[in-house]
Design a protein around this ligand. Structure first.
Ligand code: FDA
Length: 308
């Protein structure tokens, strides 16, 4: 119930004002968000790239219906990508994008605008020497996201895409997409979805994750294991051994601020570990999804309110 309430609050302007203006929230926000500016993101990327890989996510306004806002988001990526190239970070740092922040919700032409905006980011990434991965949002966007990625891959074959194990369709999507060179980031899924399209219990989602992971590991693509769950990490290692994948043939991924010690341990054991680093002024919905994943984060916040 708490998860549902937090996910509903992620879309509430009133809750947003409260969270943004409550000073004790700041340390919790800072734990998950690298800052609001490109400078903040680049500074964090330098620190993490010492022992890990990075994916930078510029947090633009999700579900924007304004083409100018979407264009400003593209510009933010261009600036960040230029810095990655100039500062020698491009071999270790890719970028992640959300299509709803790149114009997909613009009435009438949204899909076309999102495709063209993402293509511009892919061009800037290629010029800098790096690549792009497309995040997955709620299930109403899955088909369009996959078709946009298919089009982008014609020119930029390394473009990655996220699949969400909580969706009932995802095993089939994994099978379709497990081809040579296909970069697939498999996560459990962070949105509130109806039972008609998504598994609802943790155990169902976990077993789906394992089935999807097996398909990806046995396939010919490049699996990106995006989970903080120790069981999923152990199973991924076992599957990689069983399918003769070397440490270069797949990678683990975790969110900035979540299990940082485990992130460093996995990297120290010789695996690729990519930290997903969000930055930007529109951090609120992303932040609320992180609280929803682990209500203990909220307890920490409530304790600090009581003891301030
Ligand atoms: P699970 O939720 O079962 O958590 C396992 C353990 O990890 C917990 O017991 C806790 O110890 C720790 N943990 C997990 N989340 C935490 C948190 N927020 N704070 C503190 N500890 C936490 N989703 C989506 O729908 N679309 C997307 O595009 C992406 N992209 C994405 C990229 C990357 C790199 C990652 C790692 C994740 C995503 N996600 C996502 C989010 C994903 O769907 C999922 O909600 C979270 O990763 C939590 O699921 P876990 O697999 O970690 O397992």
């Amino acid at each position: 119930m708490l998860r549902s309430a937090l996910l509903a609050a992620a879309r509430s302007a009133r809750c947003r004002t409260v969270v943004e203006h409550t000073p004790v929230m700041r340390p919790i926000v800072d734990r998950f968000i690298a800052g609001t500016t490109v400078d903040d993101a680049i500074r964090t990327a330098h620190l993490i790239a010492a022992d890990r890989l990075v994916s930078l996510d510029h947090l633009g306004e999700e579900d924007t219906t304004d083409p100018d806002r979407a264009a400003r988001n593209v510009e933010a990526y261009r600036i960040a990508l230029r810095r990655l190239g100039d500062e020698g970070l491009a071999t270790k740092v890719e970028v992640s994008v959300k299509l709803s922040a790149l114009g997909m919700a613009v009435p009438a032409d949204g899909d076309k605008i999102a495709l063209e905006n993402t293509r511009e980011i892919c061009v800037a990434a290629a010029a800098a020497g790096t690549i792009v991965t497309v995040d997955m949002e709620d299930h109403t966007m899955t088909d369009t996201t996959l078709s946009i990625v298919r089009e982008l891959r014609a020119d930029f074959p390394s473009t990655g895409v996220v699949l969400q194990a909580y969706l009932r369709r995802t095993e089939a999507d994994c099978a379709d997409l497990a081809y040579q060179g296909s970069r697939i980031r498999l996560c459990k899924g962070a949105y509130k979805e109806p039972a008609s399209v998504a598994y609802q219990s943790k155990s169902e989602v976990d077993t789906s994750y394992v089935r999807c992971l097996r398909i990806l590991m046995e396939g010919r693509g490049y699996p990106m294991v995006a989970s903080h769950d120790s069981r999923m990490i152990r199973i991924a290692e076992e599957l990689a051994t069983r399918t003769n994948r070397s440490a270069e043939d797949f990678e683990f991924q975790m969110l900035y601020g979540v299990r940082p010690r485990t992130q460093r341990e996995i990297a120290a054991r010789g695996f690729r570990l990519r930290s997903y680093v969000p930055f930007g002024t529109e951090w609120y919905p992303y932040f609320m999804r992180r609280l929803a994943e682990r209500p203990a984060n909220l307890t920490f916040f409530l304790n600090s309110l009581v003891h301030q």
